[in-house]
Write a protein that binds this ligand. Structure first.
Ligand code: PHE
Length: 525
């Protein structure tokens, strides 16, 4: 990808809302995927038994920490995982009835959901090609179901401030295809593409466009059944009634474009997956298997490289007692804003890289409510995109036809999320309620028991992810190497940032790097 295109996309991510950021992040990701094949990039995991007699401290029990610990233990290393929270998973956090959301500013919320209802405040979907993290689901028997990331019954709400009605996505997608096909057919028919096309290919293109855009025999677009009905066909004399096709003018609204290609983005292509019962089933599966290695409720207060090992001082949060743990190597998986607060003797450039890397944030709101989107709009999973600070309405992918469901009524990132979440919770909830009521008229009142998670306010996370401009950024390059005997891992050190797959692959990278050191020092003895 060219630098200007990359720059343009980053700008888009920085200045506009979530939908634009989606496109930008994805395209940057795709650029990176293009240069390496999975096979060439996969690091060699250590052989069983190769870590015998060696100790590794893993700092943080998010996905990167858990994967590191699991692979190290498989190879025979003696592992301890130090985690400040009382739970494993890090940003992989599923909120259920009674979950307390405590912020760094001392405020807190407690979720009140019915039994079985949950809200994935962090990761909430797994692309089918993320086979490293899915591989662990396979290995541990974590039950998966489809995560319905797009629904043609869901909506796009043009501008929440103006009173424009929401557009159903099946209309937007299919009318856009029809209109564009019609234009292209007209151009081809008028001979405008004769330089590009042979006579035979022009005929074949016209035939294709008729199918692709559902054009009338005269090559005009008169609307299509694909765009749905305002009154569906029924029994006896009940014929279907179709809406007027959307005009090109309505379709050329730039805010709509990402919605038109949303499920063509590689990371959002169906089938997407989710663990049955909550995303935290993944860390829970690791946690069960790593019970002996895990030390929860234990905060890291100092990381020190020593001549022939690492010393990590920890504070037991319950007793306040300090203890220094020693090992041959350490892997730290803390998000950088967290790591920046831990005193260490890392080299000055590494300290600088840690302190100066900016983290983004993300915030989500979840409501519990009757499933009006299923009854009113026939929406079963998927996302409505709203041009509003709350960005979207994300419908549950499971539990269809149950009386209640959890509805995600906000997912924003960047400065928009910082501004939004600096308001009182009541104002945030009111804003989400209002926009949901715009998309689902009259239903705002049905929304109950909201909770919000703003990741920059969550202790031991302090943010969501990093937007590296390029993988050549000095901080990225530096932190992908160890400092002394401390290795770094996390989704932020992968080309798949902001995904659990990136965390797992980065963990493999760190484990492989330690194993390579062990192998080479064994060879020199
Ligand atoms: N993985 C996160 C999500 O699914 C964040 C993300 C969004 C990453 C868009 C890339 C692109 O929402």
């Amino acid at each position: 990808m060219s630098v200007t295109r990359r720059h343009f996309l980053m700008q888009l991510a920085a200045t506009s809302g979530y939908t634009a950021a989606y496109a930008a992040m994805t395209t940057l990701g795709l650029g990176a995927v293009g240069v390496t094949t999975a096979a060439a990039a996969a690091p060699l995991l250590p052989a069983p038994g190769s870590g015998k007699g060696l100790r590794v401290l893993v700092l943080g029990a998010g996905i990167a920490g858990l994967v590191s610990a699991w692979e190290l233990r498989k190879a025979g290393y003696q592992v301890q995982v130090v985690e400040a929270r009382e739970r494993v998973g890090g940003r992989n956090w599923t909120i259920r009835d009674g979950t307390r959301i405590a912020y760094t500013d001392g405020s807190s919320q407690t979720a009140r959901f019915d039994r079985g209802q949950y809200f994935n405040a962090g990761p909430a979907r797994l692309p089918s090609h993320h086979q490293t993290i899915l591989g662990y689901c396979r290995e541990f028997g974590v039950a998966l179901e489809a995560e319905v990331n797009t629904s043609r019954s869901a909506y796009f709400l043009p501008d929440a401030a103006k009173n424009k009605p929401a557009i159903q996505l099946r209309r937007a997608v299919n009318d856009a295809r029809g209109r564009i096909s019609e234009l292209l057919a007209k151009a081809a028919d008028a001979g405008a593409l004769d330089r590009e096309l042979s006579v035979a290919d022009r005929q074949r293109l016209l035939a294709f466009l008729t199918v692709y855009g559902d054009l009338a025999p005269d090559k005009s677009f008169k609307g299509t059944e694909r765009s749905g009905y305002t009154v569906f066909p029924g029994a006896a004399e009940q014929v279907g009634v179709r809406p007027e096709p959307l005009s090109l003018d309505e379709l050329l609204d730039p805010d709509l474009w990402t919605s038109l290609i949303f499920d063509e983005l590689l990371i959002f292509q169906p089938t997407m997956l989710q663990p049955v019962g909550g995303m935290d089933r993944i860390p829970a599966a690791f946690g069960q298997r790593l019970q002996k290695e895990l030390r929860l409720n234990t905060e890291v207060t100092r990381i020190h490289n020593e001549a022939d090992g690492v010393a990590v001082t920890v504070r037991h949060r319950a007793s306040g007692k300090l203890e220094t743990l020693r090992a041959d190597y350490a892997i730290t998986t803390f998000p950088l804003p967290v790591l920046a607060k831990v005193p260490s003797n890392f080299s000055p450039p590494v300290q600088q890289a840690i302190a100066s890397t900016e983290y983004d944030t993300a915030s989500k709101i979840a409501w519990q409510c009757p499933r009006f989107w299923e009854t009113d709009s026939h929406i079963y999973g998927g996302i409505s995109v709203v041009k509003h600070v709350t960005s979207l309405i994300w419908y549950p992918s499971g539990g269809f036809h149950q009386p209640n469901g959890t509805l995600v009524g906000c997912y924003n990132i960047g400065q928009a999320a910082r501004d939004f979440t600096s308001q009182p919770l009541a104002a945030q909830f009111a804003s989400s309620r209002q926009v949901i009521d715009r998309v689902h008229p009259g239903r705002g009142a049905a929304l109950q028991r909201p909770v919000s998670v703003a990741w920059h306010k969550v202790p031991y996370s302090l943010g969501s992810w990093v937007h590296w401009a390029t993988p050549a950024e000095p901080a990225y390059v530096l932190l992908n190497q160890p400092d002394g005997r401390v290795h770094f891992a996390g989704e932020y050190l992968s080309q798949i940032g902001a995904w659990q797959e990136g965390a797992a692959l980065s963990a493999h990278h760190a484990v492989a790097a330690i194993a390579a050191r062990v192998a080479s020092s064994a060879a020199t003895i």
